[in-house]
Design a protein around this ligand. Sequence first.
Ligand code: ADP
Ligand code: MG
Length: 334
Amino acid sequence: MASTSKIPLQTRNLPWVEKYRPQTLDDLISHQDILSTIQKFISEDRLPHLLFYGPPGTGKTSTILACAKQLYKNREFNSMVLELNASDDRGIDVVRGPILSFASTRTIFKKGFKLVILDEADAMTQDAQNALRRVIEKFTENTRFCLICNYLSKIIPALQSRCTRFRFGPLSQSQMIPRLEHVIQQENIDITPDGMKAIVTLSVGDMRRSLNILQSTHMAYGKVTEETVYTCTGHPLRSDIANILDWALNKDFSTAYKQILQLKTLKGLALHDILTEVHLLIHRVDFSLSVRMDLLIKLADIEYRLASGTSEKIQLSSMLAAFQAVRDIVVSDG
Ligand SMILES: Nc1ncnc2c1ncn2[C@@H]1O[C@H](COP(=O)(O)OP(=O)(O)O)[C@@H](O)[C@H]1O
Ligand SMILES: [Mg+2]
């Protein structure tokens, strides 16, 4: 169940997120302050228990794996590092079983400590976390733990306080672009500047997502452009949104409804994505302040309802109704 697999670099069919996973701490492109702190801990041989948290695709797993590679030579890696990830069970049995037995056995190769990496630790039950707390206390002498999660609030305070916490924030565009360019060059990809812009915009600081979009667009369409990126991710194009807004404001209700629904089905668009983009456009259309506020409030309500899993068709009607109401105001004003 526990995997301490090393990734063969040369495998051709590897997803790029694995193929281009940073191998050493120096390969990481962000969070320099965190990296230098950890380097310092390692070089002074006083690594504390660690807790990495923050949104996905920001380098948490890569950072600890790079640390582990720096700490342990190839042949001792498997006996010194226990890595539990999302595919492993998260109940109390894992803590009492594999984790406890790994932490409690003596180290053969080295006097130093062993390392337990608990990826996606926020999936652990409360019971498991409490049991883990006791294991951490008992074996601090010869084992270090690194907990990784997206949501800090899901880790019990007693565990949090035993670790040194590091927050991995989303990557900036200026950090992502050079890394993407490196991959583009290695893989010989034909990409336009607006294709690059689209990838960076859609991945909002998530490096994993940016690499996945790049790879899937390249595989599906060859050339990476704004259009192919948006189509590949099922995200509405700017021209789609312009059309939708145009229909909503200028066509009668049932025609607009039919046309939007048709476009939505044809391109496999999610109403949520449409709403996000329409909302941005509303800021740019020349509505009076009160009309704009009215629309924004209604769209926010729709977004809220969509998030709780309501019917897309009813919410689409509701969105059109919001625009219809605005039209009536504009007409009666004018
Ligand atoms: N800081 C970073 N520097 C370089 N590559 C990164 C960085 N963060 C993420 N990546 C890329 O995204 C992939 C996923 O990163 P990972 O460390 O698994 O993210 P997390 O564990 O935070 O979700 C990596 O394989 C790597 O290719
Ligand atoms: Mg991870």
